[in-house]
Ligand binder design. Structure first.
Ligand SMILES: O=C(O)CCC(=O)C(=O)O
Ligand SMILES: [Fe+2]
Length: 285
């Protein structure tokens, strides 16, 4: 766990005076208002300006460790053979071309790792989302990832399974690679399939907002109700973003199948979690 005081070395405390009650309160209030409005908030220049190049360079050094496996998916991340009505947007097949660097490849002293594990940062994120508890995703691979989108690839339209996402661009694409989202295009009560279909087929521009993210901006996002994507990357540079995965209860870990798909491997923790699930108890072997 990062020592207290550490956070001040990483965060631009002139813009985000997190140690000061009033300054912190104002930042939390702004984030909450944005999230209530459209499920998204961007804390511009969260990382100290003098660290932005280090942030980029550390990500670029990690990127070759990404697991590349182009996958056919749909926006709902449900199996492609799911029985759906003929015009259901879940029948539209998309190509997921982004690749992830897993947590166990990211050194503990990397800026994104120090931020992810910092207790004061976690408490701040929890307060912005209005969560009583926030825990690191117990998954040894998916807890912290670098999302790599190479030229010619995209991270296509999808809804997240998790209710909240924390991310940070570390290296922008030369062109393209824009984060686009449709605020609350669905709700717990309504899928709004017509609107979702219009976005997937390219006629739903009126639903789409585009975010001009810069390296070091902190993004808090509620992706379960807002369809979103990273548009196709072009030019010479890869687009890199750190994904800080947290859960609102402890001990959550990804399934063996999904882990293999995302990272090309599983660890003993994933197999142990599956065994516990099959047995239906938490007792030691
Ligand atoms: O890399 C990004 O900016 C978006 C990532 C995303 O949508 C996801 O990992 O679910
Ligand atoms: Fe997402």
């Amino acid at each position: 766990m990062a020592a207290t005081g550490d956070l001040d070395e990483l965060v631009d405390t002139v813009r985000y005076p997190l140690a000061d009650r009033e300054g912190r309160g104002a930042a939390v209030a702004r984030a909450r208002a944005d999230l209530a409005d459209g499920g998204c908030t961007v804390l511009r220049g969260f990382i100290r300006p003098e660290l932005i190049e280090t942030l980029r360079a550390q990500g670029a050094a990690l990127a070759p460790h990404a697991h590349y496996e182009v996958e056919q998916v749909n926006a709902y991340n449900i199996p492609l053979h799911t029985d759906l009505p003929p015009d259901h947007p879940g029948r539209i097949v998309l190509e997921r071309g982004n690749a992830f660097v897993a947590r166990d490849r990211i050194p503990g002293d990397a800026l994104i790792h120090r931020l992810y594990t910092d207790e004061r940062f976690q408490r701040f994120v929890a307060d912005c989302f209005g969560l009583a508890e926030l825990h690191e995703f117990a998954d040894p691979l998916a807890g912290l990832c670098l999302n790599v989108v190479a030229p010619g690839m995209s991270h296509p339209w999808h809804f997240d399974t998790n209710e909240f996402t924390v991310s940070m661009l570390t290296q922008p694409a030369e062109s393209g690679g824009v984060f686009e989202y449709c605020p609350n295009i669905r709700s717990p009560e309504a899928e709004n399939l017509d609107d979702v279909r219009s976005v997937l087929t390219g006629s739903g521009a009126r639903h789409v907002r585009r975010l001009e993210l810069r390296p070091g901006d902190l993004q808090l996002f509620q992706g379960r109700f807002s369809l979103h994507r990273v548009s196709p990357v072009s030019g010479a540079a890869q687009r890199h973003s750190a994904i800080f995965a947290y859960t609102d209860r402890p001990g959550v870990i990804g399934t063996v199948e999904r882990t293999r798909q995302l990272f090309g491997r599983v660890l003993p923790d994933h197999l142990a979690a599956r065994a516990r699930l099959v047995r239906g108890d938490q007792l030691l072997d």
